[in-house]
Design a protein around this ligand. Structure first.
Ligand code: GTP
Length: 358
């Protein structure tokens, strides 16, 4: 019988570096002549990150929702199809940055998938600068979600270490250790790690990663039984009950009451441009984005840069434009993600870019 396909879940808040890790990991497997496959989940209705994954890599997209809640039911089915159709050597599941990995653990460790898949790791990528900022005001749903993503990890990448001071990095490592006592922490820039790590994680006979992942989450039991007890299957139900009837030894999982369903507040705005726009005016608009918009990405053509196409990235006030050479037709589009921002105001500023200045 063919052995189960190893699965790695890539978790981490919006813009932390999951796709950066994914593309590097894919390159590592391809260089070994192995066949990786990807299940990618995006909140918006356009998969821009997927364009960074080569056509030769089988990829399933789950768009317009988060696999940890709204479209979780489809996860097992999509994974099964990926295995049946492509027989990959390894599967990476890239969650949306708003996802709570414990819910995804449930999907991946579903009893019906036991012989097909084996969860080998939950790798959480942490944006050092962003965690530092949130930790200075340790309230709010985003910080709770970041902590949860750290708790559920079997491997942690403390990424974007180039954006914080060495002493701040030490403090962050200590805070992470308080949340997760077992997962190795790798301090990285652009997710640069020793990728042979995956050989050790994939090796059959090594301890399966799922168990420590669940333990790290503080549940000490299988994902499915945890789900059954906690009723995680109800999308966005009020989970803020005092927890009396759930009292099975994982207080901290409940300390942040509604965290398992805490990202309803995350908003996505997608704007399709009719044609090329002015690069300077676009950069000005990005510079004026409110703090509440913490992630944006897009594919853009500019009037003033010839016929080139750019992949645009924005995460926590850092913007990046990378020239790309798409092989097929691509939309001219930008996606904005954040909390409680004024969509109408943003939409009209974006439309304004398409009008000639008077
Ligand atoms: N300065 C700095 N930038 C980084 C680092 N790692 C990634 N980035 C940049 O951060 C931006 C977001 O990186 P991604 O890998 O797309 O992040 P992500 O977690 O996949 O983002 P979402 O899928 O939207 O949640 C990109 O512009 C990256 O080039 C790093 O270590 N340092």
């Amino acid at each position: 019988m063919k052995s189960a396909v190893p699965v790695h879940i890539l978790s981490g808040f919006l813009g932390s570096g999951k796709t950066t890790l994914l593309t590097r990991a894919l390159d590592y497997y391809k260089a070994k002549d192995e066949r990786p496959a990807v299940l990618m989940n995006e909140l918006g209705d356009v998969n821009l990150d997927g364009m960074l994954v080569g056509d030769e890599v089988p990829m399933t997209e789950m768009l317009s929702g988060c696999i940890c809640c709204t479209i979780r039911g489809d996860l097992g089915m999509e994974l099964k199809e990926l295995v049946d159709e492509h027989r990959p050597d390894v599967i990476f599941v890239e969650c949306t940055g708003a996802a709570n990995p414990i819910e995804i653990l449930d999907g991946v460790t579903d009893a019906s998938l036991l012989t097909l898949l084996e969860l080998r790791s939950v790798i959480t990528v942490v944006d050092a600068a962003h965690l530092l900022e949130r930790a200075s005001n340790p309230k709010g749903k985003t910080y709770r979600l970041m902590k949860d993503q750290i708790r559920c990890a079997t491997v942690i990448l403390l990424n974007k270490s180039d954006l914080v001071k060495p002493e701040e990095l030490e403090g962050l490592e200590r805070s992470i250790r308080e949340l997760n006592a077992v997962a190795p922490i790798h301090v990285t820039v652009r997710c640069e790690i020793d990728y042979t790590m995956f050989d050790r994680l994939d090796a059959t006979g090594s301890a399966p990663a799922a168990a420590p992942a669940i333990r790290a989450c503080g549940c000490g039991e299988s994902a499915s039984s945890h789900a059954a007890d906690c009723d995680h299957s109800h999308a966005h139900a009020d989970h803020s009950a005092e927890g009396g009837e759930h009292d099975h030894g994982h207080e901290h999982a409940h300390e942040d009451a509604a965290m398992h369903h805490s990202h309803e507040h995350v908003m996505v705005h997608t704007h399709y441009f009719q044609g090329p726009i002015d690069s300077e005016r676009f950069e000005e608009l990005i510079g004026r984005l409110p703090r509440e918009v913490y992630r944006a990405k897009g594919i853009l053509r500019f009037k003033d840069t010839g016929a080139s196409t750019f992949m645009f990235q924005y995460a926590y006030r850092e913007a990046d434009f990378m020239k790309i050479n798409p092989q097929a037709d691509v939309p001219n589009v930008a996606v904005f993600i954040g909390e409680h921002f004024d969509k109408h105001m943003l939409a009209s500023s974006l439309q304004e870019l398409e009008r000639e200045p008077s």
